[in-house]
Design a protein around this ligand. Structure first.
Ligand SMILES: [Zn+2]
Length: 394
């Protein structure tokens, strides 16, 4: 939405809130509505702006030149209900609180400016910058002022454990995925074998969704690596649905969609090795490892999995090796690991710590929509948790 309209709309909400507050949040009280003159005053007497707000459905007209903002109109509909068809609507018990929160300033730190600063000085730096920029520019223009310091800290290896609590759509994913991607690229440039990062999800559906999400970034980064004659970074999902090796020619692959044409991905065999490709445009995804056998043999750069699978791999001699030399272990949606399950996760992370070498860094990422996280402004919360958990040895 246009910035000026957004600003005016926020002011209209504030005005309407004050009016509702004066009438004890009685939506039926006619003095709780916005009047045409209130709106024009806030819009600087611009009738065209008022019409624009109405056209966009942000102002809902009522009789006698009264209006509601769409936010309060929605609240009215939520709290006034009928339990019989012809009944007059009756209000449910309700309390309305208005709170201002800061919106992340996405794109403030452009990748082209910050990447040279946060990447270690080495001969391959230019390739990393190109691969990361090409990859992330598919979706992002840069970082916000809360993402940047966290990413910097993670890349410099100063944060041993880190937790992020942030609302939905505040950019948590890129905050952990950027360091994961950079580290995976860095390993390929230095020809360091093994798995670089493990991303742990509480549900299989989430694992799949995130793989779909990361696929375009990995694909774009790999295109740059390939152009420079460097091996591609690999990615895989390991869980109860991953076949051992007995995949059939033409099997669909996790219902994933092609990054080019969005059609289905299927598995075929090329020289006895399973290869994921698009059913329509034939684009090949040799960096996607579809079976457990492939995962064991090639140790993907980025492995998406869950805590139960990690435990099984930790206690089996032929699979425990995948955890050696990890750079990052990320628990997305970590708020679900509570009570007995939380204890189980804690025990497994101890085992994981034991197996991984000194290079390990954990990065806990609880999900957002807990009441606690919404009760303080986003930036303040991020900075608070960020500073507490980066104190070494705590
Ligand atoms: Zn395709």
């Amino acid at each position: 939405m246009r910035e000026d309209l957004l600003f005016l709309y926020q002011n209209l909400i504030k005005e309407e809130y004050e009016k509702l507050e004066c009438s004890n949040f009685d939506f039926k009280d006619s003095s709780s509505f916005l009047r045409k003159e209130d709106i024009l005053r806030i819009c600087g007497d611009r009738k065209d702006v008022m019409e624009e707000l109405q056209k966009r459905g942000l102002l809902v007209p009522f009789q006698e030149d009264r209006f509601r903002t769409t936010h309060f109109d929605l609240m009215f509909r939520l709290v006034y209900i009928r339990n019989l068809e012809h009944q007059r609507p009756i209000p449910l018990e309700h309390r309305i609180v208005m709170r201002e929160e800061l919106v992340p300033d996405f794109g403030t730190y452009k990748f082209t400016t910050i990447l040279p600063e946060i990447l270690p000085e080495d001969s391959e730096k230019e390739i990393t910058i190109e691969a990361v920029s090409q990859s992330l520019s598919k979706r992002y223009t840069g970082l916000s002022s809360y993402q940047y310091p966290i990413i910097k800290e993670l890349l410099l290896g100063e944060a041993e454990n880190l937790a992020i609590v942030a609302p939905t759509a505040s950019g948590k994913t890129i905050t952990f995925f950027l360091p994961v991607l950079i580290q995976a690229i860095s390993r390929k440039l230095k020809a360091v074998p093994g798995t670089s990062s493990i991303l742990v999800y509480p549900r299989k559906a989430l694992e799949r969704d995130q793989l779909q999400n990361f696929l375009r970034f990995v694909d774009a980064a790999n295109a740059v690596l390939q152009r420079n004659g460097i091996e591609a970074i690999t990615i895989a999902i390991d869980d109860g649905d991953t076949p051992e090796a007995e995949i059939q020619n033409g099997d669909t692959f996790r219902k994933l969609k092609c990054v080019e044409c969005e059609d289905e991905l299927v598995v075929s065999f090329k020289d006895g090795t399973p290869l994921v490709s698009c059913i329509t445009c034939q684009k090949e995804y040799p960096y996607l490892l579809p079976t457990k056998k492939e995962i064991r043999q090639n140790n993907p750069s980025i492995l998406i999995t869950n805590i139960h699978t990690i435990y099984r791999r930790l206690i089996a001699p032929d699979t425990v090796g995948i955890f050696e030399g990890l750079d990052y272990v990320i628990f997305d949606e970590a708020h679900v690991y509570t009570n007995y399950f939380g204890g189980h996760v804690s025990y497994i992370t101890k085992l994981l710590r034991y197996v991984a070498n000194q290079n390990k860094r954990y990065f806990l990422l609880p999900h957002s929509q807990t009441r606690g996280s919404l009760s303080v402004p986003l930036l303040e919360l991020i900075l608070r948790i960020y500073s507490i958990l980066t104190i070494k040895g705590r």
